[in-house]
Every structure is written in C-alpha cells, then in structure tokens.
Write a protein that binds this ligand. Structure first.
Ligand SMILES: [Ca+2]
Length: 103
C-alpha cells in the first residue's frame, strides 16, 4: 500500500463553508485491501458542539467539518494526522492547515 496526499498543506479561513475541500489522501493498493480513513491527531472541537473542525470522508477527502471551530486556530498551523486503516497495516500521513483571519 502506498499512501500519498494531493497537498501537504492548505489555508482555510473562518468564513469558509463546511465541506470545503482541503486535500485528498490517495491510496494505491496492489492487493485491493479494504481500507478506511480517520483523522487521529490534530483535530479539535473548540465550540463543543460535537462537530470537529476537520473531517475526512470514506474516499480520503479532507474537508472543513465545522468552520466555527476555526476562529480559535488562527495563527497556529494545525497538523492533522490521517490514519489509513487496512487489514495489513495502518500507515499515516500528515496535512498542515494554516488558518487565516478574515480580512
Ligand atoms: Ca465544533
């Protein structure tokens, strides 16, 4: 299994819409293993509404899950650790998000 990502970093702003794509994790697997994606570190739910700032779907697309959480992240780049779970092993890959203030 080879894991890569379209963008190692991205920039987001607190006025972004939920669902805005930041990057895509790509998996090449010769054995056609079944695999799944999870953000295992770096995520947060600053406003405590049960929705994390970032999310990843079953296709490996990383997107904004809750723009309300981004305000608290302005100025300090966030490192998200994405874990790819498969039957054989669980590689990880990082994606950095810089949160810009709304101009
Ligand atoms: Ca939240």
């Amino acid at each position: 299994m080879v894991v890569s990502i379209t963008d190692t970093s991205s920039v987001a702003r607190p006025d972004a819409q939920n669902g805005t794509e930041l990057a895509q994790v790509l998996v090449f697997d010769q054995d056609d293993d079944v695999f799944s994606f999870a953000i295992t570190a770096g995520n947060s739910d600053a406003d405590g509404d049960g929705r994390n700032a970032f999310n990843i779907d079953s296709y490996g697309q990383i997107f904004i899950g809750d723009y309300n959480d981004l305000v608290d992240l302005i100025g300090s780049p966030v490192e998200l650790t994405i874990e790819v779970t498969s039957t054989s092993f669980t590689p990880t890959i990082s994606h950095f998000v810089e949160i810009e203030a709304i101009a």
